[in-house]
Design a protein around this ligand. Structure first.
Ligand SMILES: C[S@@+](CC[C@H](N)C(=O)[O-])C[C@H]1O[C@@H](n2cnc3c(N)ncnc32)[C@H](O)[C@@H]1O
Length: 611
């Protein structure tokens, strides 16, 4: 069919519509779907007694169908005389009270406040088909006319594809007028279009989600805060802080539809793609799905990451996901993360919830029973222990997660949910009751013997630089450890923030560390130049600087000594010294607390180098 406008410009020309309806004849053409698709939602916003104007009615049957179910005050207008004649002829006998008038919406002959509802299906989209200066002026006129025609409390209901510029215009215009803005999802993009008999053009256009803007006329009050709402899931209504927030909620849905369309058409992704799926709780996505394409022996699989493991390198980083894709050996792998703030009772339930959604992201012609992969048998458990806000780092949560039968307690900052900020292992302790017949009480305690990061033992090893440190008392510190992460990701250092390694500050560290003490720094940067610059500064203030690199991480533990070590000959001697003293060191620490025993057994010193 050659009746859909070929270029967008044609949408807004009145001669186009004349030809369109002439060629189409009496057959109704419903933009964005029939009345039956929208009637449920429309019934919420339109009363049977309302005075309704349908601008740009075309030959849609929406007006006559509404009339038949009881809406008696409907006036339809269109700029095309052809279509108005057609519609009048069609309805004059069976629905004589249904009015059809040839009229330009920009300049109607109706009185002020004549209608309670203006119901627009596709007309704004047709008028504002391209974002040109000329069209913007036209739309301003159209909106001005709508403001004039509607009564207070009345509604402009506009069914639209909500292209970005259209959505922005309509939301900004009416919120500036003091009206309440709500955007509803009028029709989801089609779940599976294989059964549809639409042609390819239709499929592309109508596979996008269709929105219904509901703009309620309020009196413009000075200083009143505009209200922006969306209703995308069932009848749930969400408030938005700003126009841009509401716009991006719309764009997210549109992008998802586009992505699905591309993926279903068999396009291979050049890069990884991230899709989020919400349920009706809305505040945070229930699932985050990474789509990773590449070579593979089999077509398609879904990998479910158990809760708490999403922070692991394999799932939280681009490179890790690439690696996972390679080892799973599928052309397309979906990596699914289960997000905090949601409950996932079982793996089976997750699979059930996901099954239709993941198929939308599958390549064409895949088996509906595509394999679900995971680690272990379950989705694991995550439980929130505490939630708070820090002035510097924003919101955070302390949560317990079970991984491989071990229970960990973690601190996570919401602005970097993929990073575990701190972690301890919890161990079960069973305390016998003093009373005879009472059951023993089980509880959890922090297992101090567990060291989460591979660099912690190296930090502790720095204590060895301090000769006889347990017996010393001094105003100065024998050990100064600086292990501060950087919240500003634009800076080259992940640790510490640059302010901590200014020359002046390093000077102060040197001042407060005792003569045979040590300053231990966790230095992490991917930039060699910056790293060297810090080492140079440290060397300026300390007599000796050593460092050790930590396996697979960018962290370097740097040891800075105010004086030369007596044994300060070369690297080998130093390691020998550490090793020889380690036993003695362990013994001494054990006298303070038995719990230090284990970590020091794990202690491995790797590549200590002199800087
Ligand atoms: C996209 S069609 C929508 C038709 C119909 N509302 C539907 O749902 O199928 C746009 C309609 O707006 C009409 N139209 C375009 N400019 C108009 C104007 N300035 N005043 C009134 N109608 C106009 C066209 O003739 C056409 O019938």
């Amino acid at each position: 069919m050659d009746l859909l406008p070929k270029t967008r410009r044609e949408f807004s020309s009145s001669s186009y519509w004349e030809t369109f309806f002439k060629r189409r004849g009496n057959k109704a053409f419903e933009w964005y779907g029939e009345y039956s698709t929208f009637c449920g939602l429309l019934a919420k916003y339109i009363k049977l007694t309302d005075e309704i104007l349908i601008p740009g009615c075309g030959n849609s049957e929406m007006g006559s169908q509404m009339f038949d179910i009881g809406y008696k005050n409907i006036t339809s207008i269109d700029i095309s005389s052809n279509v108005i004649n057609q519609m009048t002829q069609k309805n004059i006998k069976s629905r004589p009270d249904l009015k059809f008038l040839e009229m330009d919406l920009f300049n109607t002959s109706f009185n002020d406040n004549e209608f309670n509802v203006i119901l627009d299906k596709g007309t704004l989209d047709a008028v504002y088909s391209e974002d040109t200066e000329e069209n913007r002026l036209k739309v301003d006129n159209m909106f001005k006319e709508i403001v004039r025609l509607l009564r207070l409390g009345g509604r402009y209901i506009c069914i639209s594809l909500a292209q970005q510029f259209i959505a922005e215009k309509i939301i900004k215009y009416f919120s500036n007028e003091g009206w309440l803005t709500r955007v509803c999802l009028a029709q989801k993009d089609e779940e599976d279009d294989s059964s549809s008999d639409k042609n390819e053009d239709d499929k592309k256009l109508f596979n996008m989600p269709i929105f219904m803007f509901v703009l309620t006329k309020f009196k413009k009050l000075p200083n009143s805060k505009p209200i922006f709402e969306s209703s995308f899931f069932e009848s749930k209504i969400e408030r938005h802080d700003s126009v841009s927030d509401l716009l991006s909620a719309i764009t997210d849905l549109q992008n998802y539809a586009l992505v699905k369309q591309n993926l279903r058409q068999g396009k291979t992704l050049e890069d990884q793609l991230c899709v989020t799926l919400y349920n009706s709780s809305l505040s945070s996505p229930r699932y985050t799905i990474y789509v990773v394409d590449g070579r593979g022996n089999r077509k398609f699989a879904i990998f479910i990451v158990p809760q708490g493991r999403e922070t692991e390198w394999m799932f939280s980083t681009y490179e890790g996901r690439k690696q996972l894709h390679k080892s799973c050996n599928y052309e397309r792998l979906l990596i699914v993360l289960l997000n905090r703030f949601h409950e996932y009772p079982s793996l089976d339930l997750v699979k059930k919830e996901l099954s239709s959604k993941v198929l939308q992201l599958a390549p064409p012609n895949v088996d509906k029973q595509s394999p679900f992969l995971t680690l272990g048998e379950s989705v694991s458990v995550r439980s929130k222990q505490y939630e708070g806000r820090s002035e510097l780092s924003g919101g955070f949560v302390v949560e317990d997660v079970q991984i491989d039968n071990k229970l960990f307690r973690r601190l996570i900052f919401y602005n970097r949910p993929e990073v575990v900020q701190s972690e301890v292992l919890l161990k079960k302790v069973v305390k016998r009751s003093k009373k005879k017949h009472q059951k023993p009480v089980e509880s959890y305690e922090v297992d101090h013997a567990h060291m989460t990061c591979s660099y912690y033992p190296s930090v502790i090893a720095g204590l060895l630089f301090v000769q006889d440190f347990l017996n010393k008392l001094d105003e100065k510190f024998d050990v100064l450890i600086l292990d501060v992460d950087n919240k500003d990701h634009t800076l080259p250092f992940s640790s510490p923030p640059t302010a901590f390694i200014e020359d002046q500050l390093i000077h102060s560290y040197a001042q407060i560390v005792s003569q045979d003490g040590v300053f231990i720094l966790n230095l992490a940067t991917r930039c060699q130049e910056n790293r060297d610059m810090v080492i140079t500064r440290l060397k300026k203030h300390f007599q000796r600087v050593y460092y050790t690199c930590v396996d697979e991480q960018i962290n370097e533990i740097v040891y800075c000594l105010p004086t030369k070590l007596k044994l300060d000959t070369n690297n080998e001697d130093f390691i020998k010294f550490i090793k020889n003293n380690l036993e003695e060191f362990k013994k001494r620490l054990q006298t303070i607390d038995n719990q230090y025993k284990k970590p020091l057994e794990e202690l491995k010193l790797i590549n200590i180098k002199s800087a």
